[in-house]
Design a protein around this ligand. Structure first.
Ligand SMILES: [Zn+2]
Length: 159
């Protein structure tokens, strides 16, 4: 049984078998089945091919807003616009901050060497300072981090 809806009177009725032309039993309107039935069988195939392409471009778009919205949450280790990751810099500062490696990583070569020197002079206090700095780096947002530690003009950017 195939169900039709008359385009003229709107009545629904059924036919026992497929036909190219149907005559409405209520109002006598003759209409082409091809124009009325297809919406049902055709819609699923239409949606099928359309959805994957729609989802395709959308998924990358979901990723980008996350970068834009939350440097705080998703991407501690994601490099920011400067190409530097506050996660990497912060960890380097925490683990081996006394060696100034995070300063070398951030492009502050002089501060890196100064850091090594200060570790000797301060007898181990400096690495603790760097450890605190690393924690601060990890907790601050990417924009502040880059402003304070990457693009800074300071020879020895601290807190
Ligand atoms: Zn009709």
């Amino acid at each position: 049984m195939i169900q039709f809806q008359c385009p003229k009177c709107g009545q629904q009725f059924t036919l026992p078998q497929p036909a190219n032309q149907v005559t409405c039993p209520i109002c006598g309107e003759k209409f082409n089945v091809a124009t009325t039935i297809p919406p049902q069988p055709q819609q699923p195939p239409k949606y099928g091919p359309q959805q994957p392409p729609q989802y395709g471009p959308q998924q990358p778009q979901y990723g980008q807003p996350q970068y834009a919205y939350g440097p705080a949450q998703p991407g501690v280790f994601d490099p920011g616009p400067s190409g530097k990751s506050r996660g990497v810099a912060g960890l380097l500062a925490i683990l081996i901050g006394g060696l100034g490696v995070h300063y070398f990583y951030l492009g502050h070569t002089a501060a890196g060497f100064l850091s090594i020197l200060l570790s000797f002079i301060t007898c181990g206090i400096w690495p603790l300072v760097m450890l605190i700095q690393g924690v601060i780096m990890l907790t601050m947002d990417q924009a502040s981090f880059e402003q304070k530690y990457v693009y800074t003009q300071s020879a020895l950017p601290l807190f």
